[in-house]
Write a protein that binds this ligand. Structure first.
Ligand code: SAM
Length: 247
């Protein structure tokens, strides 16, 4: 590619992604703080505010958090609902899920959060199972994104909401240059310092650059069948939150 990274063949992608997250699972949370300067916490809080999970008891409201890793989003959703909702965390990587399960046990949230190993492209749930589908910093890693979006649509009930938080295209002059330099140099360096190997992070940075911009991704969400698709930028577009409804 133009960034001098080795080109990753499609079939290789999932394996590389899995290696990164197996290696980093126990240090994943600190890694996020280092690489985003703590900003990922604000973006995740904002995502959960937009979702506004119900607080009334007995609604039987269920959310599926795909590529949920160590449970950051699910934990926030359950806490924000005063533990009135049920969350399923699905991730392809058992190491990430194990860290999440441990965290949920310690926080006393294990009764509200279930951890399931699976692939975003073939969700192990019947049609119309969930009231909401969330995915944070995960869709970029999935080899067949349109397929994952169609699966999201399938498992949502009518009236259900899709929310996706992902790195996006920086739409502020100057910040875009700073961000480019930071991601190209600092992210692999931090990765190397914490895990001993910077190469997988070069791949992650490349995957951010290759990911469709806000408008193109909104179009892909519409193509999967969602309606009223909108997005909002966070921190000048470093991250964006896309929303859609199954109507
Ligand atoms: N959502 C969490 C967060 O925001 O902290 C974790 C995000 S982490 C950057 C990306 C996650 O996507 C990893 O845990 C990885 O295992 C998972 N993942 C990658 N490919 C996947 C796939 N095809 N299906 C499900 N999860 C996948």
């Amino acid at each position: 590619t133009s960034f001098g990274f080795r080109t990753v063949r499609e079939g290789e992608k999932q394996g590389l992604v899995n290696d990164v997250f197996h290696k980093v699972a126990t240090r994943y949370d600190i890694m996020n703080d280092l690489m985003s300067g703590g900003m990922h916490r604000l973006w995740k809080d904002a995502m959960v505010s937009v979702l506004a999970p119900p607080r009334q008891p007995g609604r039987g409201w269920r959310v599926l958090d795909v590529a949920g890793g160590t449970g950051d989003i699910a934990t926030r959703i359950v806490e924000r609902s005063d533990r009135q909702v049920e969350a399923v965390v699905l991730d392809i990587n058992g190491s990430m899920l194990a860290v999440g399960q441990d965290r949920a046990d310690k926080a006393g949230l294990a009764g509200s959060i279930t951890f399931t190993q699976g692939n975003a492209e073939v969700l192990p749930f019947p049609d119309r199972t969930f009231d909401a589908y969330t995915i944070a910093f995960g869709i970029r890693n999935v080899p067949d994104i349109p397929k994952a979006l169609r699966e999201a649509h399938r498992v949502l009930r009518r009236g259900g909401r899709f929310l996706c938080l992902e790195f996006s295209e920086v739409e502020m002059p100057v910040l875009d240059k700073v961000y480019d330099a930071f991601s190209f140099h600092a992210i692999p360096a931090i990765g190397k310092a914490v895990t001993g190997d910077g190469d997988p992070y070069k791949y992650l940075v490349e995957s951010i650059r290759k990911f469709p911009n806000q408008d193109r991704f909104a179009e892909m969400i519409r193509e999967a069948g969602f309606e009223k698709v909108t997005f909002r930028n966070y921190t000048g577009g470093i991250a964006a939150l896309h929303s859609g409804w199954k109507l």
